[in-house]
Design a protein around this ligand. Structure first.
Ligand code: G3P
Length: 218
């Protein structure tokens, strides 16, 4: 499973790259606003650090506006930039036009399997079911991922499933067990993936025991 970093913060992305845990990056207007930097500055920074796909969100609400934005964003780096398009009727028209123009898209804010089916038929390169936000609304987010994977498998769709809105390591674990293509993971969750109290206890004990080894044997 590929791991994308769900962040726009340079220092977080750099650390993820250093750990070998950054196959790509996903952003949204909320994440970019959190950096306190202008959009263009943030995008330039990410392009300097990351070699995989980088999702940048369009904010127009009509298909024409989305397509124009998509062309502008994609021109920043046609190989790596993926344009995030919201799951709306206008959005699907834009996705189709982007696909025809060779611009990759990531359909975002997906909360049902039929939305994912529609996104794939429109020609989306990626689809992003938001599992955490579904869990917040008493609906099992990972069940949706399971359904989408089943549908895409039934019909050999090429659209890749990005498990998004991951809030904790169990979301990542279940994504991997289900065979999702990608989990996009916020930095605070990423670091929890390799944390375990028994590892810390084990390291502490080994270091203490090392001190007990007679110096001649070191
Ligand atoms: O990838 C989508 C993500 O940024 C949304 O996460 O935690 O705001 O639901 P969250």
């Amino acid at each position: 499973m590929k791991i994308f970093v769900d962040s726009a913060k340079r220092e977080e992305i750099e650390q993820a790259v250093a750990m070998g845990l950054c196959d790509g990056v996903t952003t949204n207007p909320t994440l970019i606003a959190q950096t306190g930097k202008p959009f263009d500055v943030v995008v330039k920074e990410i392009l300097e650090i990351v070699s995989g796909p980088i999702s940048l969100e369009a904010i127009s609400m009509d298909a024409e506006g989305m397509f124009e934005e998509a062309k502008r964003l994609s021109a920043l780096d046609p190989e790596r930039v993926v344009v995030k398009i919201p799951m709306t009727k206008e959005g699907m028209i834009a996705v189709r036009r982007c696909a025809q123009a060779g611009i990759r898209t990531n359909v975002t804010l997906v909360f049902s399997a039929t939305q994912a089916l529609v996104a794939a038929k429109a020609g989306a390169s990626f689809v992003s079911p938001f599992v955490g936000r579904l869990d917040d609304n008493s609906t099992e987010g990972m069940r949706l991922v399971e359904e989408i994977l089943q549908i895409y498998d039934n019909y050999d769709f090429d659209t890749e499933v990005i498990v998004a809105s991951c809030r904790h390591p169990i979301h990542v674990l279940r994504a991997a067990l289900l065979g999702a293509d990608i989990a996009t993971v916020p930095f605070n969750v990423l670091v929890k993936l390799f944390d375990h109290p028994l590892t810390d206890v084990g390291i502490k004990r080994f270091l203490e025991d090392y001190k007990k080894i007679p110096s001649g044997n070191k």
